[in-house]
Design a protein around this ligand. Structure first.
Ligand code: GLN
Length: 447
């Protein structure tokens, strides 16, 4: 019944472009199967959810919101999807995204733009646009997302919901269509932090199919979610907070005062300005380059929709020209330039060295404090018109502070913070890599 209701509600919002595919019949059949299976003892039993459409789902079309993958039906499930299935969670459909995960706006899905559910003149954010939309709209209690730079945590902020990028490798990436594998992380959107602990408990763990996955000590987080120790030290980068506009800045300083009054230590930490200034460039250099190599298989011959052509070079050229959108093509172009042999030494290797410096700076920060507080966005979701004008590639990446946690693999969660009518601005909480439980406990306390 619950699955039927969710499908009915989801059908009503089809014109939002947030949904790439609803799997009505399959979902109902699976729900019936789960209902008769008394062996499942899980909090996720019978709970409907959406998967971002870059998660491979067995026998269900998986397009990553790209024309080139239209009609691709994977013969396997992503590990995270299998794990949710084992717990009795019901997949009801695939959520739209900025094509192949490339973008932060919700304007780049091949099926059309997705707007903010609270105000259709504003962006929903991305790249996990459909997932954020569907949770914010109340269609499902959770949805999967992926985060390479900020794709879960920024839309969470724009939509007043909870968005968590766990530690790199906490959840297997097997079956997540790659954008930039050294940064890509599987995560979720939920309505509250406790629900987040539940979905993480179900999906965390080492997977033989993903060599970068690990066994995380953060287990049974649902039971331990309230247990934040008073000894935990909070910290913030003064320059980052001081650069916010007055109201938001004051809200942050008020929060720090409240934390102190509650007996927590709150420290100002140093972070080299030139490293903060480099975040956007380093992110682009690394992610665009990796995206070229990970998507090289989408050529219309090995994978992807095949265009016509006189020979294989023409087939590949036409397939890729027709199959990819403008944003993706621009990123491939820059990435391919970086992968040219000479440019690798001049640009890409340098970028990796700077990434290392950023990670070392973060290591220093986490020697002084346990939790780093960051503003995921400095204002409510921007207007679509403004974004369209400004979103020539340079400008769109201006606020790339959340990529810090992708560079070092820290767990990083955005929760609602300031309300502005139906819109809002979130707050972002980070801990050392593998300290996922601590990150969630701090979020629970601040919620
Ligand atoms: N907004 C970033 C970008 O445009 C992040 C994308 C992501 O995390 N997948 O690439």
């Amino acid at each position: 019944e619950l699955t039927k209701n969710v499908l009915a509600e989801a059908n009503k919002i089809k014109s939002s472009n947030a949904i790439n595919k609803l799997i009505d019949e399959k979902a109902i059949n699976f729900a019936k199967e789960v209902e008769t299976n008394s062996n499942i003892n899980s909090l996720l039993y019978g709970i409907p959810y959406f998967a971002k459409d870059n998660f491979a789902t067995k026998d269900i079309e998986t397009t990553s919101s790209s024309n080139i993958l239209k009609g691709y039906i994977p013969p396997f499930n992503a590990t995270s999807i299998s794990k949710l299935e084992k717990q009795g969670a019901i997949l009801v459909g695939k959520a739209a995204l900025d094509e192949l995960g490339m973008g932060g706006v919700g304007l780049y899905s091949c099926n059309g733009i997705i707007t903010n559910p609270a105000d259709d003149k504003r962006i929903v954010g991305g790249s996990s646009s459909g997932s954020a939309y569907l949770v914010a709209k109340g269609i499902v209690p959770f949805a999967t997302g992926s985060d390479t730079g900020d794709s879960i945590r920024k839309p969470a902020s724009f939509n007043n919901i909870v968005g968590f990028k766990p530690s790199y490798g906490a959840i297997s990436r097997y079956g997540l269509l790659p954008y930039s594998p050294s940064l890509d992380t599987v995560g979720f959107f939920t309505r509250n932090v406790t629900d987040m602990a539940i979905v993480c408990d179900a999906t965390f763990g080492y997977d033989t199919k993903d060599a970068t996955s690990h066994e995380n000590n953060s287990k049974n987080m649902f039971e331990k979610i309230e247990g934040l120790s008073k000894a935990v030290k909070f910290g913030y980068i003064k320059k980052v907070i001081d650069d916010l506009n007055e109201d938001v800045k004051n809200a942050y300083y008020n929060l720090f005062e409240t934390l102190k009054l509650n007996g927590f230590e709150v420290k100002e930490v140093e972070f080299k300005q030139e490293l903060l200034d480099s975040l956007s460039a380093i992110y682009k250099m690394i992610s665009f380059s990796e995206s070229v190599s990970t998507n090289a298989n989408l050529d219309g011959i090995k994978f992807g929709r095949r265009a016509t052509g006189a020979d294989y070079v023409e087939i590949i050229t036409n397939s890729r020209t027709e199959g990819f959108g403008e944003e993706v093509k621009q990123r491939f172009l820059v990435g391919a330039l970086n992968l040219n042999k000479e440019n690798q030494t001049i640009y890409l290797n340098k970028a990796k060295q700077v990434r290392r410096l950023i990670v070392e700076e973060l290591n220093k920060v986490f020697k002084e404090i346990d939790i780093l507080i960051i503003p995921p966005t400095d204002k409510i979701a921007p207007l679509i018109e403004e974004t369209k004008i400004k979103s020539t590639p340079e400008k769109e990446y201006l606020s790339d502070i959340l990529t810090l946690a992708n560079f070092n693999g820290s767990p990083s969660i955005t929760i609602p913070f300031l309300k502005e009518g139906k819109l809002g601005i979130g707050i972002n909480i980070n801990a050392k890599p593998k300290e996922d439980l601590l990150c969630l406990q701090a979020a629970k306390m601040l919620e």
